[in-house]
Ligand binder design. Sequence first.
Ligand code: NAG
Ligand code: NAG
Ligand code: NAG
Ligand code: NAG
Ligand code: NAG
Ligand code: NAG
Ligand code: NAG
Length: 285
Amino acid sequence: MKELWIMAVFATVSLPQGDLTTSSAIPTTIDITTLTTDDPITQNTTGLPTTGYPTSITSISLPSTTTTPPLVCINGGELQSEVCICPDEWTGVTCSERNFCNSTKKDGFSFPRTVVDWSAYSEELCDDLPVALAECSNDTGSPQFGLTYKWQCELTLSDILRNISSSPGDLHQLAFSTQILTSQPEQLSADEITTAAQIANTLLQSANITEDITVAAVTTISQLLNAREESTQERDLQNLTETLDKFSLGQYNNLSSVVQPNLVVRSVQVPTDTVGIKFTALTGG
Ligand SMILES: *[C@@H]1O[C@H](CO)[C@@H](O)[C@H](O)[C@H]1NC(C)=O
Ligand SMILES: *[C@@H]1O[C@H](CO)[C@@H](O)[C@H](O)[C@H]1NC(C)=O
Ligand SMILES: *[C@@H]1O[C@H](CO)[C@@H](O)[C@H](O)[C@H]1NC(C)=O
Ligand SMILES: *[C@@H]1O[C@H](CO)[C@@H](O)[C@H](O)[C@H]1NC(C)=O
Ligand SMILES: *[C@@H]1O[C@H](CO)[C@@H](O)[C@H](O)[C@H]1NC(C)=O
Ligand SMILES: *[C@@H]1O[C@H](CO)[C@@H](O)[C@H](O)[C@H]1NC(C)=O
Ligand SMILES: *[C@@H]1O[C@H](CO)[C@@H](O)[C@H](O)[C@H]1NC(C)=O
């Protein structure tokens, strides 16, 4: 039966040149030394991917239970216990599926390549801070940037807090402005962190909260937890962690249970070591 299988491999290699040029990333050789089974093997070459990624190897199906199919991870995926662990930017069984929004120019702003469910900040600046932000989401079935939010450059965190505690205007505007103002947490002073923490708390407890506002508030908290340790006061850290905990447990509003899974995942991905958030993810989930 092994001979039969080798013939199948040759059939793959000798595909008409025209087919190969449209899918140049598909490997033309397959390492047969990794296969030791004598069982019949089905090679299905009709299901070749059209995306240009070499997923064809997974179409070799081994009916045998004694050998495992040679799963090949691409795009930097790592094979661990027969599962591809993909980098953030890729997903799918072999990491062949795009999990990011391409860098793009939208509404006059340039946004960098961004992983799904993350915010992108514009390259256009105002006082060293991005002027606009957009969320990369897969709501449409393929990763795309959603609405663009522009920040009023002159606004400060204290302005926002004052406004939000009296008669709040446009909550969206205030929430996204806060997110942008805290997007470079290492530059925030202790006072600014305290103010931003109060804003985020207020937003999450607001009666008129929407999913967008929730995302902005929790993203703000993630960013604050990433600020320099010396400017983060113990009591703020405590409050932020408590806020995230309450949010994870759905104690704030009827939105948290809907948006919480994504956001907790996102919080866990905060780049530097952030004990508070990881702890929250473990206890809240
Ligand atoms: C090969 O794969 C295609 C698409 O997945 C499927 O439609 C077709 O039935 C398969 N052919 C065989 C012989 O398994
Ligand atoms: C994303 O950008 C790359 C090149 O940077 C391009 O090859 C690819 O087609 C783009 N994808 C989409 C969906 O625009
Ligand atoms: C995006 O959504 C589509 C449709 O729901 C799904 O098939 C696809 O796997 C998703 N892609 C990512 C990267 O999550
Ligand atoms: C606060 O909100 C109100 C209502 O939208 C708005 O008129 C006012 O300019 C805001 N104040 C500040 C400081 O942003
Ligand atoms: C911390 O939380 C307490 C109660 O949860 C609240 O009264 C206080 O204002 C919060 N402090 C800050 C700085 O947000
Ligand atoms: C919520 O929104 C409604 C209408 O949009 C408004 O009348 C009400 O004052 C808002 N409530 C709060 C607490 O902002
Ligand atoms: C959830 O929020 C929406 C809009 O804010 C409201 O109409 C609905 O009654 C709320 N549901 C619950 C169960 O609180």
